[in-house]
Unconditional design. Structure first.
Lengths: 421, 628
């Protein structure tokens, strides 16, 4: 009994070490490969005083590095992968294989790894000692292997989380940096301060105008677009009329044209209406709302799942179609309504394709996306880089807050939309 | 006879194989030559080949050879296994004519002649799917491939029939239209006859004022529009204007100053011309509707039946005709802001609208199909040709769409499975962290990451200060392409994680349990249960996400803006430009509207063709409840 516990425990440790070894081998191999790939971009030979680098990297140095890393990394990787498979078989209770345990012990001996030798030894002994206690052995073995698997999963998940969050942490950190406004090669600011934020709210910066513009557009879009889409989706889901199928086909075909093929026509039309440059807000709302009926797919998919018998029951009770829509379907479709509102609200915050064209040349008509984008142009980036970060943080905060609150509905909408196509 | 067929097929197969190997050798030689920069001298004809020629001919030959090889093999197997199946032999025959393989040609003809001696057993497969289960593995694959190729003619036939049916319907409709106009004029009452000229009269005479006024108003608007804008634009639609500007001298206070007066504006002529066409079609339809309604009212009055009044009309609009109320606004929006502009831009593709022909100072005019002709001209005079650039950008667009779709799909699925794994705690936290990155507007995150990897950005400054070297993330074509794909993974995984999580949970758990009892490993479970299920359910989604990625403007534009730019491309396109970003820069930066329109149409063609083919292939669109 104790023997087996020890064996399971030892294999657990061996497995963790082995996992680490795999990671190390992988890192070394990748590092070596990267060294080999970037070799042509390194300095050919060092001329005194050319770089103020701590480590001066030459092509020869990279060559050496690549050779060493690959020479160690690849065998390490292969060996540890083989070992992983062996360990899995060797620790598989209730029937740990004798052969693999022997092999593990042999590798342990050659490698000088005492844990492996002991683990193999204990397993073999334990196997001989109590061959009948299958229930408990099974339990222990399962728990051990699951623990190993979970540890590995947690490591991967932690790495993923860091990779996904890190750039946003960088943005926030950079927005508090005050020693320079240009790009630098380090992450933690040397001087902290609110200068960048103060600049955004100072009178000689148009940021507040842009923010207000975007907010108006987002508000108008989220109300009007939602109404248009729901009208479209409800009709196509509930009514059967002669032109229904042709209408849906036409909209499918129209959707295959790239969206801003028509950019220039719309620009000219809006210009004739006086809705460009300084008045771009009106133009953007008009264009955003006018064709929004074409995005009815997700909501229609949802309406299709609401049983038709509800409609029929209400009709028998004397409700008109309008009342059915307003009093029965709409409350039931709350998640999809919220999803539509959410996406319609978030869209304008990142829209600059059309906005850039319409508002061209007049900062009063910019939205945040166009405005902040203009700050990163070649000539402005060195003065405005940290301010861009600050602006980005301010833009992102309300959207994130709303989004995280309504996350449930968003997930529902995205999932439903994908499955129904 | 059968024996000779088989032997001929075998010889043909070996010849095909040799051909493929020769072209492979050519391709490799070409690549080697390209790297060393030398040429291959061919003494017999006294010509020299450079690497590019060899690579091109190698690739073309290889593709043709592989297709020929496949068809020869399929033909050979079928001649032996099911000699009655003529269709396969015909396709082998066609391909052998293309590849010029005389042995396969003769063999397939022999097989076709031979076919009538056998019973047509194979057609059972179409009628009884169970026969398919008797096939061995290789046979199934061959069957699927042949079925795909056999289906192609049928596919085109289907489209042809659909088009034919459409025109037949249109013809009958038009015929009825004219016939009914005549019939109703003769048979209708005087009220109907007046309606032919004053729209809505028939309705108003029966106290349907609402309908009548609407008809009348439409007629009035039409007449006013035609007088003030439509007629003049429409009449000049054929030339798009003849005179752009007139210069004359004006005497103001004794000083002569030159004044420019704008006469014809091609843009407005085209726009209002198109609008007029829409208007005329609309008027014809409403005019017909008005006569028809009046005539129906005649009949109703004769039969002394109830006539709908205004109150009934209004009530109908919120009840049985509620759809008309709901659809009117969105459809008008779509008509004016989508259909009309698309129609206009399609027409622009047949003009010379660019910065040298820019109204109001200049006119543009019809040039027919010459913009499309440029696509097929492979001239290298004066720098890069449009056709070559288009080909290369289309290729990169497809490569990008492929990698962007499938890397995200599989990695997203893996992350979802990782989070959903039994025994993993804090599931909600991991999910929220990923969802968090969706919430941040893309232009912030993408622009930030773009600057992070730029030559003066965080990563490269760090690299320079510590290692003394910089990496060409956005300046080297290959680096830029790979970096873009990798960053797109960062963008895309959260969405895919959300989508796949829901579907993964829907997979019946007993499938896993029973397979575990049968001793399946996790990998086998994934390959045999998870993946087929996912592919089945998300088939349509994969298609939309592929076409969506082809048009993924944001990622490319914000990350690279198409950089690195290259002189080898036409119209200052860059190595990471997709068709859609190229269209954007042609429109906004180059003012080359005619080519932008051409590209837009071609994107449509590619997307439509892909969708048609794939929708005909994937199972889940055909039989929705098929998966066990």
């Amino acid at each position: 009994m104790k023997m087996k516990k020890a064996s399971v425990f030892l294999y657990l440790i061996a497995n963790i070490f082995n996992t680490l070894e795999i990671v190390a081998g992988l890192v070394l191999t990748i590092f070596g490969a990267v060294c080999a790939i970037i070799k042509p971009y390194a300095v050919q030979e060092i001329i005194e005083g050319q770089y103020t680098a701590k480590y001066k990297i030459t092509q020869g140095g990279l060559n050496q590095m690549a050779t060493i890393c690959l020479a160690i990394g690849i065998p390490m990787l292969i060996l540890s992968i083989i070992l992983m498979i062996l360990i899995k078989k060797a620790s598989k209770w209730p029937r740990p294989s004798v052969g693999t345990n022997g092999a593990v012990m042999l590798i342990g001996l050659l490698d000088g790894d005492i844990i492996l030798v002991l683990a193999g030894l204990f397993t073999l002994l334990a196997r001989r000692q109590d061959p009948d206690m299958k229930e408990e052995q099974n339990h222990l073995g399962l728990r051990a292997s699951r623990a190993i698997g979970n540890t590995f999963s947690y490591i991967v998940l932690a790495i993923i989380s860091v990779v996904w969050i890190l750039p946003f942490v960088f943005i926030v950190l950079q927005s508090f940096r005050t020693e320079t406004t240009s790009q630098v090669g380090y992450i933690l600011p040397k001087q902290w301060g609110l200068d960048n934020y103060l600049f955004l709210f100072s009178p000689d910066c148009d940021f507040l105008t842009w923010y207000f513009n975007t907010f108006i557009i987002a508000l108008a879009c989220c109300i009007l677009q939602t109404i248009m889409q729901l009208m479209m989706a409800y009709t196509l889901s509930r009514f059967r009329f002669k032109l229904r199928k042709p209408l849906m086909n036409i909209m499918l075909i129209l959707g295959m044209f790239p969206g801003f093929l028509t950019m220039i026509v719309l620009y000219q039309v809006l210009k004739a209406m006086g809705l460009t440059q300084g008045n771009a807000v009106g133009g953007l709302i008009l264009v955003g709302v006018a064709s929004s009926g074409m995005g009815y797919y997700v909501s229609k998919g949802f309406f299709d799942t609401v049983p038709k018998s509800l409609d029929e029951a209400a009709r028998i009770d004397g409700a008109t179609r309008f009342q059915i829509f307003y009093k029965i379907i709409l409350p039931l479709a709350k998640p999809i309504v919220i999803y539509t509102i959410l996406t319609a609200f978030m869209g304008p915050w990142g829209d600059f394709i059309f906005a850039r064209l319409i508002a061209f040349g007049d900062p009063n008509g910019y939205n945040v996306a166009v405005g902040l984008w203009s700050w990163l142009s070649q000539s402005m980036i060195s003065d405005y880089y940290t301010r861009f970060c600050a602006g980005g943080v301010i833009v992102a905060i309300p959207v994130i807050v709303i989004f995280l609150f309504l996350q449930k509905y968003y997930v529902e909408g995205v999932t439903g939309g994908a499955v129904k196509g | 006879m059968k024996k000779s067929t088989t032997i001929l097929y075998k010889i043909g197969f070996i010849l095909d194989l040799v051909g493929v190997l020769v072209f492979l050798a050519l391709l490799i030689t070409g690549i080697v030559l390209n790297n060393s920069g030398s040429e291959l001298y061919f003494p017999v004809t006294n010509t020299a080949f450079d690497g590019n020629t060899l690579v091109t001919s190698g690739i073309i030959g290889l593709v043709v050879g592989l297709i020929a090889l496949l068809f020869t093999h399929v033909g050979m197997t079928n001649a032996r296994m099911r000699p009655a199946w003529k269709r396969v032999q015909v396709s082998a025959l066609v391909v052998s004519i293309l590849s010029g393989n005389i042995f396969v040609l003769i063999a397939s003809i022999l097989a076709i002649l031979d076919a009538k001696n056998y019973e047509e057993k194979i057609h059972i497969v179409y009628k009884d799917p169970l026969t398919y289960l008797d096939f061995y593995k290789k046979e199934r694959f061959v069957f699927k491939v042949t079925q795909f190729f056999v289906a192609i003619p049928g596919f085109f036939k289907k489209i042809g029939i659909a088009i034919g049916r459409f025109f037949k319907k249109l013809g009958i409709g038009l015929l009825n239209f004219f016939k009914n106009i005549g019939v109703m004029f003769v048979k209708g009452s005087w009220k109907t006859k007046v309606s032919y000229f004053v729209m809505g009269f028939g309705n108003m005479a029966r106290r349907q004022f609402l309908r009548g006024l609407l008809f009348l108003a439409f007629e009035a608007v039409f007449i006013i529009y035609m007088i003030f804008m439509g007629a003049s634009s429409f009449s000049r639609l054929t030339t798009l204007g003849e005179l752009a500007t007139v210069q004359y001298l004006q005497t103001v206070g004794g000083i002569q100053t030159p004044v420019v007066k704008y006469i014809d504006n091609s843009f407005n002529i085209l726009l209002f011309g198109v609008l007029t066409i829409f208007f005329v079609v609309g008027l014809l339809y409403t005019w017909y509707l008005n006569i028809q309604q009046s005539y129906t009212l005649d009949l109703l009055q004769k039969a002394e039946k109830k006539i709908m009044h205004d109150k009934d009309d209004i009530h109908a609009l919120v009840d049985q005709d509620f759809y008309k109320t709901l659809l009117s606004l969105p459809l008008i929006g779509i008509l004016v802001f989508t259909i009309l502009p698309i129609f206009f831009m399609v027409l622009v593709a047949f003009t010379n609208y660019d910065k040298n022909h820019f109204p109001p100072t200049n006119l543009f005019s019809w040039v027919g199909g010459s913009n499309f002709q440029q696509l097929f001209v492979w001239s290298n005079s004066g720098g890069a040709s449009f056709s070559a650039t288009f080909g290369q950008i289309l290729l990169w667009t497809l490569i990008w769409a492929f990698f962007a779709t499938f890397t995200n799909y599989f990695l997203g699925m893996m992350v979802a499975m990782l989070i959903n794994k039994k025994g993993i705690k804090l599931k909600k936290l991991w999910r929220t962290i990923l969802v968090f990155s969706i919430a941040i507007p893309q232009f912030i995150s993408l622009l930030y990451v773009s600057k992070m990897f730029s030559s003066g950005g965080l990563v490269n400054i760090f690299m320079r200060d510590t290692f003394g070297m910089t990496l060409p993330f956005w300046t080297d074509a290959t680096w830029a392409r790979i970096t873009v794909i990798i960053i797109n993974i960062w963008i895309g995984i959260p969405y895919l994680m959300l989508i796949t999580t829901g579907i993964l949970m829907n997979i019946p758990a007993d499938l896993y349990e029973s397979s575990k009892i049968d001793g399946a490993s996790p990998f086998q479970q994934y390959m045999k249960i998870t993946l087929p299920y996912m592919l089945f359910v998300t088939g349509p989604y994969l298609l939309t996400s592929f076409t969506g990625n082809m048009n993924n403007f944001n990622v490319i534009f914000l990350l690279t803006g198409g950089a690195p730019k290259t002189g080898a491309y036409y119209g200052s396109a860059g190595k990471t430009d997709l068709l859609i970003t190229w269209l954007y820069s042609l429109t906004v930066d180059q003012t080359n509207y005619k080519l932008a329109a051409v590209i837009g149409i071609l994107i449509f063609v590619v997307v439509a063709a892909l969708s048609l083919i794939v929708y005909n292939l994937i199972p889940s669109t055909k039989n929705e409840e098929d998966f066990a």
